[in-house]
Write a protein that binds this ligand. Structure first.
Ligand code: SF4
Length: 347
């Protein structure tokens, strides 16, 4: 692994750094994200917030706006919170050991191991999807990698493999090996240096390993957005906790059990908010978009509504809706679903 790595590794910006802040930033951004997609975000964040102090001092809306499009927004909120924790509790210095790093919010075993080994040369093995796959195939581990209980067996094995004198290189190497050589669908077994020792290759089980149980089917949710406009403003609100897209901005929302939301329901909904339609007819045509998240599908319809007057103050207080001009909307953090709607409409 150590001789394979220098000959094959991709030249990525975070490979040359020992700064725990930059390593942490890259790891948070790359979780559940492909390198190609995450790279521009990493470069943007490290340029906009070159130190943990800069990130900690930034407003949350601004951080979410930079994160827009990367998904799993709780990562961005945790990241921001962790930066503040590092500044307030650790004087701006990241903790220096694996165990201490685990105390930081949003820093799990994988991220703590990555920072501890890459920044501090601590001998602690990382386990990500790539490492699970390589270990399962080479050593013939048949435990379900989606089951949390399997982690222990993989961790024990990885801990016996990681050398004391090159922990950082080993961790980088095995992850890179999984990413570009021992890939999920078409691993390059023909030119693989581990071919002779590989349990899966020798027994024709490459497609069978690793064992991974299927995720539950995603449930479908139906969102009906009322895009309420008055004069040159559009009413938006910040989403609350305990649901997807916390902290991002969207419109007045009605969630239902089906895709149907007739015009009369739109009129009712507007009137419930204390609004008056400018036209006697109900809403304009509807734009329907589908957005797939890891555990749920959102089918959204946007009902554009011109109001005859502003919404009453009591409605704004009760719903969190507020009027925004187009230039302000541009700066608000939004889900890709909402951002796409806005860029395709006349807002
Ligand atoms: S022989 Fe194939 S399955 Fe085995 S480690 Fe190499 S690439 Fe992976």
């Amino acid at each position: 692994m150590l001789s394979w790595y220098p000959r094959h590794r991709r030249d990525l910006p975070w490979r040359h750094i020992r700064d725990p802040y930059a390593i942490w930033l890259s790891e948070v951004i790359l979780q559940q994200t492909r390198v190609k997609q995450g790279l521009p975000y990493y470069l943007d964040f490290i340029t906009t917030y070159p130190t943990v102090h800069d990130l900690a001092a930034a407003p949350q809306d601004e951080v979410l706006r930079h994160w827009q499009g990367l998904g799993y927004y709780s990562r961005a909120r945790n990241m921001h919170h962790t930066a503040q924790q590092v500044v307030q509790e650790y004087g701006g210095q990241f903790p220096g050991t694996y165990q201490e790093l685990l105390q930081l919010r949003g820093v799990g075993q994988y991220t703590a191991a990555a920072i501890a080994s890459f920044a501090y040369d601590e001998q602690v093995a990382v386990l990500d999807g790539n490492v699970f796959r390589v270990l399962a195939r080479v050593f013939g581990l048949t435990q379900d990698i989606a089951a949390p209980a399997s982690r222990k067996a993989f961790q024990q094995l990885a801990d016996t493999l990681i050398p004391a004198d090159h922990p950082a290189d080993f961790n980088q190497a095995i992850m890179e090996f999984g990413a570009i050589q021992c890939t999920p669908q078409k691993p390059d077994c023909l030119f693989c240096p581990l071919q002779q020792q590989c349990f899966a290759f020798q027994r024709g089980l490459v497609q069978e390993l690793p064992v991974k149980s299927k995720a539950k089917a995603a449930r479908t949710r139906y969102f009906h957005y009322l895009v309420l406009r008055y004069a040159d403003t559009v009413y938006m609100r910040k989403r609350g906790p305990k649901d997807i897209w916390e902290g991002l901005y969207d419109f007045a929302l009605h969630e239902t059990d089906s895709a149907d939301f007739p015009a009369v329901a739109v009129v009712d909904a507007v009137q419930t908010l204390g609004g008056q339609l400018a036209a006697t007819q109900a809403a304009e045509p509807v734009a329907a978009l589908r957005h797939v998240l890891s555990h749920q599908k959102v089918e959204a319809k946007f009902h554009a509504v011109e109001l005859a007057g502003p919404l009453p103050a009591a409605t704004l207080a009760a719903t969190g809706l507020a009027p925004y001009r187009a230039t302000e909307i541009e700066e608000l953090p939004k889900s890709i679903l909402v951002a796409n709607y806005i860029s395709n409409s006349a807002i």
